[in-house]
Design a protein around this ligand. Structure first.
Ligand code: DLL
Length: 434
């Protein structure tokens, strides 16, 4: 049986859902125009008035909002409410310049929890589950986000946060965690630590599902995780600017449902800014329809994905986004060819001898880009014979070349050489930017 958190909303006919979105969009544009000097100026500069926005088709008349706008108005210049109305801040560190501050009213925190409650229900997680939340708690949105969502559906939360892996594994066994929420990288590390200690996730714990996200990961990696640990691995997506983790796949594991009564999604051509059709790959743009403290109009997240509006077998009518390839600025351009780290992962994970940890290193040698991938072998495939190593390196090089269309140097490294991550893994070292 398929369970819903809010069947009326989750199965609402698409035309009704779109009418609701139109109404909420009209409210949003007047709200931000009245409450945010930033948006008033942005709309005035673009020559748009709130009354110009009547239907979803008018969306394209609205100017975009960028991550840089949040930085430029640091810390709270884009907020639509006064500080006394805020229930919480989260802060995303960012790699360059000032961090981004996001704020929530009590209602925003509630809407965030509802979004996750629907998502958790859609993967069959609820009362009776012990959810071990191993995303970081604190300024990062992962820990507290999943925590509130898990409480909303009536699960028991084990708030381990990230790190202290041996202890995590002990508690997982002693308190019967049935669900884990962390980055896929951290779960791989946890499994490795478990194996070293002679603990099998499949045999010695009650874990049955993982809620993995906050970083790109591939379908092939899902296969590896599910096979190695016997759990179901679900993709969870969100960004701090939109609140934090918000959406997951449903039990059919075929795209992430975006709650259309709360968020309006578009995919655009990153170069021209033009809207693309369903099924076309481009940059995700999201407009928030229910946020009070920090509503965002046509926010360019930068993630590359595809929208799928086909009906889903689960009966939910809300659109899906297909596996997120990462941000446009995660894309490497090597000798003029675009490469997403996720594509490299997809290829590597189809080769049984290759382990789950890898590092992409890009250098410029004599004015030419050179891409190298360091990989570790699986324990089963491990060999210290030079010939075996060279054969495997060549095999991986050929597979990568076939898919990426560029020559890649593959280097097998000793197990444990690639840094393990307890949060978002760093899988690329681009020395050209140094
Ligand atoms: O990573 C929120 C989150 C926490 C999502 C826990 C899921 C689980 P930020 O730190 O602002 O927020 O980073 C957001 O991470 O724009 C994507 O580039 C990437 N990302 C998040 N989830 C996925 C995913 C959190 N499932 C940025 N697949 C986003 C691919 C993801 N990329």
């Amino acid at each position: 049986m398929i369970e819903y958190w809010n069947p009326l909303v989750e199965r609402m006919p698409v035309d009704e859902l779109e009418k609701m979105q139109e109404r909420k969009l009209r409210n949003l544009v007047s709200y931000v125009y009245q409450h945010s000097d930033f948006y008033k100026k942005r709309f005035d500069d673009a020559g748009v008035k709130p009354e110009d926005i009547r239907t979803l088709n008018d969306l394209r008349k609205l100017p975009f909002t960028y991550k840089s706008d949040l930085r430029d108005t640091y810390p709270t210049g884009m907020f639509c409410v006064s500080n006394e109305q805020l229930a919480r801040f989260h802060v995303s560190s960012g790699t360059t310049g000032k961090p981004t501050v996001v704020g929530y009213t009590h209602n925003d925190v509630k809407e965030w929890s509802i979004s996750l409650a629907r998502a958790l229900t859609s993967i069959g997680v609820g009362r009776g589950d012990v959810i071990q939340v191993s995303y970081g708690y604190g300024l990062f949105t992962g820990g507290l986000g999943l925590h509130y969502g898990a409480e909303e559906v009536g699960s028991t939360v084990l708030p381990t946060s990230s790190g202290n892996t041996e202890k995590q594994l002990e508690l997982m066994q002693d308190l019967n965690s049935s669900v884990i929420a962390c980055t896929p990288s951290y779960f791989l590390f946890m499994n490795e630590v478990a194996n070293q200690a002679g603990v099998s996730i499949q045999g010695d714990t009650r874990l049955r599902a993982g809620i993995f996200g906050a970083e790109p990961w591939s379908e092939e990696m899902r296969g590896r995780i599910e096979e190695a640990t016997g759990i179901k691995a679900y993709d969870v997506y969100g960004t701090s600017e939109l609140s934090g983790p918000l959406f997951t796949e449903c039990q059919y594991q075929d795209g992430i449902h975006i709650w259309a009564d709360q968020f309006l999604i578009e995919v655009i051509d990153p170069e021209t800014g033009e809207q693309l059709g369903d099924g076309e790959r481009g940059e995700l743009v999201i407009t928030t329809l229910a946020k009070e403290a920090l509503p965002l109009v046509r926010y360019r997240i930068g993630d590359i994905t595809v929208i799928n509006k086909e009906p889903c077998r689960c009966g939910r009518t809300h659109p899906r986004i297909m596996r997120v390839l990462g941000r446009a600025d995660d894309m490497l351009i090597v000798r003029g060819i675009n490469v997403f780290p996720g594509q490299v992962e997809s290829v590597l994970m189809t080769i049984p001898e290759v382990g789950e940890h890898f590092m992409i290193i890009v250098d410029r040698v004599n004015e030419l880009d050179v891409m190298k991938v360091q990989i570790e072998m699986t324990d089963e495939a491990f060999s210290d014979k030079v010939n075996d190593i060279i054969t495997l390196e060549k095999k991986v090089e050929t597979s990568l070349k076939n898919v990426l269309n560029i020559a890649v140097k593959v280097e097998l490294v000793e197990k444990g050489t690639i840094p393990r991550s307890m949060g978002k893994a760093k899988k690329v070292m681009d020395n050209r930017k140094l």
